[in-house]
Design a protein around this ligand. Structure first.
Ligand code: NAG
Ligand code: NAG
Ligand code: NAG
Length: 433
């Protein structure tokens, strides 16, 4: 017993030591670059795992619960499995206990806390052991950007079988989850550095360079040459809870940890699109409603909503003398590029507004509502999500590009900027201070 007390005291003193060092150099926010892969239309970032300078490229998934990657491609000398029944394991959405009969390596250990890693592109789900290792991240202390901080405690992830990489951009080796779970990237950083539980995405529309950004820990957000703090200009709408998990595997009674919002209407050139409003609310079985997804390249709408939107868009386009051409799958409303003028916010086409609870609207201009399928043809960049989808409206990545979108989990709100193009800037021009 006395030796136990002595040991606790040592830990206590040690903890004070780390805490004082941490206050001195406390980061205020973290910055990650986001790249877009044009071929796969996936958005990815890099995580510095285990060793300084070892970058693991991973696809961003707003609906993902944790980080997983192909560990065999990396050196993980300080990797440790998280054991079943440990406090860490109890805190995560665990899926039983994992063992492995092959030689021991990261991803192959006995008595390991099991999690389900999901690849949304192939719909594959694998049970894997959760492990942890050192993690380095670039942050700002409010004075300078570019300081690298080591996470005070190791970062949890699972090791993917190479099968699970199918469907991912060839430039990546895994995925990182951004949903509202303890194991997601932003939760780990916010909790371990005691930052506000906020993160923001600013997806780039260009490929490779320059890069878009993800911010973890809150604003201010500046985008040159626009001189104002975009964090102060966000329209906000509440994040709503879907009572039934939307992950492919879950325990009964679990709510969804994806980001749902309350969309109330659609408008084309300020005219209301007639739709069945029941589809916009979430039933007690968890069907319907609207979520945001970075793995859907384009916004997916339930069939009847999609048909109404396309039909109204075609009418409004005709009034603007846009010339229709044959559709290019999967899109249903395509136009001759030369019949459309250009502006700072992209092709000049009918505005699409999504009405949000709180009497707010999210307005899409041509750069977000249209996609160039070739040099001569522009199509309405929304797709048919089927007649009985689990979620009626899935706001996809093309529609989020060049907006600063803040997920504020402190006050359960989603904040959306106006199109940064409207401010003569883009997601690639950001700076943190
Ligand atoms: C796991 O336990 C089994 C049974 O005791 C053993 O055969 C196997 O080698 C162990 N695997 C690892 C990776 O330690
Ligand atoms: C509206 O959608 C709901 C949910 O799918 C359905 O039960 C209802 O019949 C629809 N109403 C109309 C008028 O189509
Ligand atoms: C953006 O640029 C246009 C044309 O160069 C200019 O008319 C407009 O005032 C600028 N807008 C902002 C917000 O700076």
């Amino acid at each position: 017993m006395p030796s136990f007390i002595f040991f606790s005291l040592l830990i206590f003193l040690f903890a004070i030591e780390i805490a004082s060092a941490a206050t001195q150099f406390k980061p205020r926010a973290f910055l990650f670059s986001i790249r877009k892969d044009t071929k796969s239309l996936q958005y990815y970032t890099s995580l510095e795992v285990s060793t300084r300078g070892q970058d693991v490229p991973v696809v961003l998934d707003l609906g993902g619960q944790h980080t997983w990657f192909d560990c065999d491609s990396y050196k993980l000398p300080t990797y440790k499995p998280i054991s079943c029944g440990s406090t860490k394991c109890k805190n995560v959405k665990s899926d039983g206990c994992m063992g492995c009969n092959l030689p021991r390596k990261p991803g192959c250990t006995n008595n390991t806390c099991g999690v389900s890693s999901y690849n949304p592109y192939t719909n594959d789900l694998y049970a894997q052991g959760l492990g942890e290792d050192a993690f380095f991240v670039v942050g700002t202390n409010g004075l300078a950007v570019g300081t690298t901080y080591e996470l005070p405690k190791p970062f949890p992830f699972s090791c993917a079988d190479s099968d699970l990489l199918r469907g991912l951009s060839s430039k990546t080796k895994g995925m990182t989850g951004l949903s509202n779970t303890i194991t997601s990237l932003h939760s780990q950083l916010s909790t371990k550095f005691k930052l506000p539980r906020k993160f923001a995405l600013c997806l780039p529309s260009t490929t490779e360079f320059p890069l878009g950004h993800m911010f973890i820990g809150g604003g201010p957000y500046f985008f040159q040459p626009y001189s104002k703090n975009v964090a102060k200009e966000l329209i906000t709408t509440k994040l709503v809870i879907n009572p039934v998990s939307t992950y492919p595997i879950y325990t009964e009674g679990d709510a969804s940890d994806e980001y749902f919002i309350d969309v109330t209407s659609f408008k084309v050139d300020n005219k209301l699109v007639s739709i069945n409003a029941t589809l916009l609310s979430i039933t007690k079985e968890g069907n319907g409603g609207t979520k945001l997804s970075t793995v859907s390249p384009f916004t997916k709408l339930e069939t009847s909503i999609y048909k109404s939107l396309v039909s109204d868009f075609k009418k409004a386009a005709a009034l603007r003398r846009m010339k229709r051409v044959a559709s290019v799958a999967p899109f249903k409303a395509c136009f001759k590029a030369t019949s459309i003028a250009k502006s700072q916010t992209g092709p000049v086409v009918p505005y699409i507004d999504i009405g949000l609870a709180g009497k707010q609207r999210w307005r899409f201009y041509g750069s977000n509502s249209m996609v160039a399928v070739n040099k001569d043809v522009l199509c309405l960049a929304f797709v048919d999500g089927g007649s009985k989808p689990r979620t009626s409206v899935v706001i996809g990545a093309h529609q989020m590009e060049n907006y600063l979108i803040e997920f504020d989990l402190v006050s359960s709100k989603l904040g959306i900027s106006t199109s940064l193009l409207f401010r003569n800037t883009t997601c690639t021009q950001s700076r943190l201070i």
